[in-house]
Design a protein. Structure first.
Length: 143
């Protein structure tokens, strides 16, 4: 059973999380993280899923309003996709958001990931838009 836990900003686990996000989300698009971008995570809720010492999944929760939190940078390592790891990370994130007093979780989901989020109870809001050069759709779930 994987271990899902909060990650401290700047820790070794945080650096492993950045490396996973770079591998899964950024490098395929020819993008990199800037120091300024990563520093914005200092006050976010960082979540990691570990198989032993290896990080296999992660996400970030960033407060958007007093009642809404945004899920960002959801990533699952290639060999763990389709095995339920993403759903476990998502459930943990929802529980954390509830504990923090949020009423809604929203995200800018890559359109190719829409079926995954719909399977996990999320609905779409608005039209498809382009972000980091690919199609996204806003999705949300009442907590």
């Amino acid at each position: 059973m994987p271990d899902i836990r909060l990650i401290e900003y700047g820790s070794c686990d945080h650096h492993s999380m950045i490396a996973l996000r770079d591998k899964i989300l950024r490098r395929p698009l020819g993008l990199t993280f800037s120091e300024e971008y990563l520093q914005q995570e200092m006050h976010d809720i960082l979540i990691g899923c570990f198989d032993g010492e290896r990080i296999v999944g992660c996400c970030i929760l960033t407060p958007a309003t007093a009642t809404t939190v945004q899920l960002r940078q959801m990533a699952v390592d290639d060999d763990q996709q389709g095995k339920g790891t993403g759903s476990l990370v998502l459930r943990f994130a929802e529980e954390q958001a509830r504990k923090e007093g949020f009423e809604e979780l929203m995200m800018h989901a890559r359109d190719v990931a829409r079926p995954f989020y719909e399977k996990n109870g999320y609905s779409t809001r608005g039209e498809i838009f382009t972000e980091v050069g690919i199609d996204h759709i806003e999705m949300f779930k009442k907590l």
